[in-house]
Design a protein around this ligand. Structure first.
Ligand code: N0T
Length: 510
């Protein structure tokens, strides 16, 4: 019997194990509604996804579809999604669109939407309702847990052997969007009460929410209620089938005030608190649309060691971030949003309200990204056995140009110095990014975009460094497949341009 998908440390880095082998999820997330129709998926989606060379599809499961009538479950939509994924040789990460999706409750079943006596909505400060069930409503959490239990039971029965489904995200970008707090009587009452013990320990203070958290009291209060709701849903799911679970976050943009982003969700600032008050969540995962990719990665790695990026940008910089995320931050999942549309010239998302909300509208622009991203995925998926073997060791050398003044990187290899030189920023070009892997015996691989590599002796050494051979090619299941041997005019520089590439290099001292 194979082990279930799980995380295991390799070179001290949590690594996803699927079908008993290390696995790197080179993924893409579907638009929200695609997976609700298998006919739509066959006609419009799978072909596009296959062109992208992803090995994993991030796809929603909708509560409103699986429990149309209270207590009656229908998993035919989930079953056909899994069957189609298998036919297309893809793994799946499922998103549980249950009680909360982008801070709202639009995916709860109709019978629940109509019963606001039993399932009350959050109140804004003016008394208006927000279309979002309050996390203080235990009965709603019980209902969500019951449906989630059925989902995990179904997955165990239908998929444990194949392991097409490798992880599950609980809810989607939870928090209150449009108000900073639930101004219901109940919440107003409870926020003035003593905080629970686990919160006391986190705050290292006793007292009520205001005494523990000052001006951030309302946000911590909401976070506590969302976190414990999500954690109890997760614990029920684990009882049935213990796949890795994660929770994603719509990040704060700066400057922002609570209410401008789903408030109470695991943003960079709040995720360490979520981490302390939950026990059934493997990772807190940022949806990175903001420009400061590295900073966000570092924030999320400051309190956990497992980084998943379940949603990210659509512009070409997503390719630069992909290489760097893999080599520098050891991410286990990378997943640009709207993966079925990457070969479309301009996106219909440009009319989306999110584009207006975003500080950086290009985050939602597909233009020109399809080809380089699919090329990068092709290289990285063939190469992933090598990546997973060398990451976390001192043989992996990442690079990315983050600002105009960054010129390059100098790394000391075993028997020479490797100097990486960046290209200048230019419109329509991917930022310089990539990595080297030194595999020993004076052999290395150079992967990336818009950078060049020089191998040379360190200052004061009494030898020089020569290139024995430079090969282009690709990896299949971690094994190098040589293409052209580059020499003469083609070896004048060792460089990659705007098209992602991988080279194998052998050198010597003379
Ligand atoms: C995403 C997607 C989908 C600070 C937007 C991104 C997905 C949801 N949210 O198309 O709806 O289901 O999780 C939020 C980006 C916020 C932009 C503000 C930048």
């Amino acid at each position: 019997m194979m082990n279930k998908p799980h995380f295991k440390k390799i070179n001290n880095i949590p690594t996803l194990i699927v079908n008993d082998k290390p696995f790197l999820a080179l993924a893409g997330e579907l638009h929200n509604s695609s997976a609700s129709s298998d006919r739509y998926m066959s006609a419009n989606v799978w072909e596009n996804i296959n062109r992208m060379n992803v090995n994993t599809v991030v796809a929603p499961v909708y509560w409103e579809m699986i429990e149309e009538h209270e207590g009656e479950f229908d998993f035919s939509s989930v079953r056909s999604l899994i069957e189609q994924a298998r036919q297309n040789n893809k793994k799946l990460i499922l998103l549980w669109f249950g009680l909360w999706k982008n801070g709202l409750s639009t995916y709860i079943p109709k019978w629940m939407k109509k019963d606001q006596e039993r399932y009350p909505f959050v109140r804004k400060s003016n008394g208006e309702k927000l279309y979002s069930v309050t996390p203080l409503c235990d009965e709603a959490i019980v209902q969500d847990s019951a449906a989630f239990r059925q989902l995990m039971r179904f997955l165990k029965a239908f998929d444990q052997e194949d392991q097409t489904v490798i992880m599950v995200q609980i809810e989607n970008e939870v928090g209150t969007l449009g108000t900073d707090f639930d101004y219901s009587e109940e919440a107003l009452q409870k926020v003035s009460e003593q905080v629970p013990e686990v919160v006391e320990r986190f705050a290292s203070k006793k007292g009520n929410w205001l005494e523990c958290f000052g001006k951030d009291a309302k946000e911590y209060f909401m976070a506590y209620h969302y976190a414990t709701a999500v954690d109890s849903i997760a614990s029920i799911g684990k009882e049935e089938y213990a796949l890795p679970f994660f929770v994603n976050a719509w990040l704060e943009k700066y400057p922002a005030r609570p209410g401008d982003y789903p408030t109470g969700g695991p943003t960079a600032r709040m995720a360490p608190f979520w981490e302390k008050v939950t026990t059934n969540i493997e990772a807190f995962a940022p949806d990175i649309y903001v420009p400061n990719f590295s900073e966000v990665c570092e924030q999320f790695l400051s309190f956990q060691d497992n980084l998943l990026i379940p949603e990210t940008r659509q512009d070409i910089q997503t390719v630069a971030n992909l290489f760097y995320g893999i080599a520098k931050y050891n991410i286990n999942c990378y997943s640009p949003f709207g993966i079925e549309d990457f070969f479309k010239e301009e996106s219909k998302q440009d009319q989306n309200v999110l584009v207006t909300l975003a500080i950086d509208a290009s985050a939602f622009r597909y233009a020109g990204t399809g080809i380089p991203l699919s090329k990068a995925y092709e290289i990285l998926s063939g190469m992933s056995p090598l990546i997973l073997k060398y990451r976390g060791t001192d043989k992996m050398f990442p690079f990315m140009k983050e600002k105009e003044s960054d010129r390059g990187m100098l790394y000391g290899l075993e028997n020479c110095e490797a100097k990486i030189t960046y290209q200048n920023f230019q419109d329509g070009k991917i930022k310089s990014s990539g990595f080297l892997i030194e595999t020993g015996n004076n052999e290395l691989y150079f992967v990336g975009v818009n950078a060049s590599l020089t191998l040379k002796a360190g200052y004061g050494e009494n030898y020089q460094v020569g290139v024995l051979s430079l090969e282009e090619g690709s990896f299949v299941d971690g094994i190098w497949q040589r293409g052209r041997i580059l020499n003469g005019d083609e070896r004048y520089y060792i460089s990659v341009d705007n098209e992602p590439k991988v080279y194998r290099i052998e050198y010597h001292q003379y």
